[in-house]
Design a protein around this ligand. Structure first.
Ligand SMILES: [Zn+2]
Length: 272
């Protein structure tokens, strides 16, 4: 069953060993991460699904990690000693795949050489959550596609259908940064407009409003989190929009990229 759902940004600069003094510039995000960690701890998850914009992205199909293990480090940020290795919940991965196929959503179970790569958009949330989840936590890393919006809504529904069937507690993180053009005047502040629209939808707990975002605005905003949010909307529709309360815990853009932390409070209706 689903017991935890959140939307998180993934700036590696937030990791103190990487960002150094700059980490403090994302203080609001850091505080909101602390809150999310407390919520995650209480939800006693055994598996965490991560929707990542920076895993292997296939334009025409969604991807679901299917190795036995996933491994990642921050060598790209000169910190190879910061490492994570987690078992993949292959049963859940396979269920997500099967249900997606049944719903005619182009999806692929993806195996990579040796160990499935944990990209930085999955690494950052995992690092912060580490002390608040059991060491035996299993994960599933999911990549969205460049297919139309409806496929992402359907995929969110498929993911929830698969989680619902599982007898243990599962959490989900929708990883994504908002506009990367917050300081760009030349673009008529499309970045700020985009972030404002999304923020109001989530603050007002009107998730369906995410769909009203104009495609031009979305493309021009230079974001990486919109499709994660579409999947969040699809999942919420399947869960029941009246049983979910979305809340923005923080928003800031200290380096010109919007960082939003949002929690999706779940009213439990399922019996395990
Ligand atoms: Zn990103």
């Amino acid at each position: 069953m689903l017991t935890f759902a959140a939307f998180l940004p993934h700036p590696p600069i937030m990791v103190p060993q990487i960002g150094g003094a700059n980490s403090a510039k994302c203080q609001e995000t850091g505080k909101a991460f602390d809150t999310i960690c407390q919520i995650a701890e209480k939800s006693e998850i055994e598996t965490l699904v991560i929707i990542s914009p920076h895993t292997s992205i296939h334009p025409n199909e969604m991807t679901v990690s299917f190795n036995n293990f996933a491994c990642g480090d921050f060598s790209a940020f000169d910190k190879a000693d910061i490492k994570i290795r987690k078992e993949i919940d292959v049963d859940l991965a396979e269920n997500i795949y099967k249900i997606s196929k049944k719903m005619s959503i182009p999806t692929r179970l993806l195996e990579q050489d040796n160990c499935y790569n944990i990209d930085h958009a999955s690494m950052v949330p995992l690092l912060f959550l580490e002390d608040h989840v059991p060491p035996s936590l299993k994960i599933v890393i999911i990549g969205f596609s460049l297919l139309e919006r409806q496929s992402h809504l359907d995929f969110g529904k498929a993911i929830y259908k698969a989680i619902k069937k599982i007898g243990y507690n599962v959490g989900i993180i929708f990883s994504g940064d908002m506009s990367h053009k917050i300081f760009e005047e030349g673009s008529e502040f499309v970045g700020q407009k985009f972030d404002k629209e999304i923020l109001s939808a989530i603050k007002e707990n009107r998730l369906a409003k995410i769909l009203e975002t104009n495609e031009y605005l979305q493309e021009e905003a230079g974001e990486c989190g919109y499709r994660s949010l579409l999947i969040a909307l699809g999942l919420s529709q399947e869960y029941g929009l009246d049983k979910i309360r979305s809340k923005v815990l923080s928003y800031e853009a200290p380096f010109g990229v919007g960082y939003m932390v949002a929690n999706f409070e779940l009213k439990q209706t399922e019996t395990p």
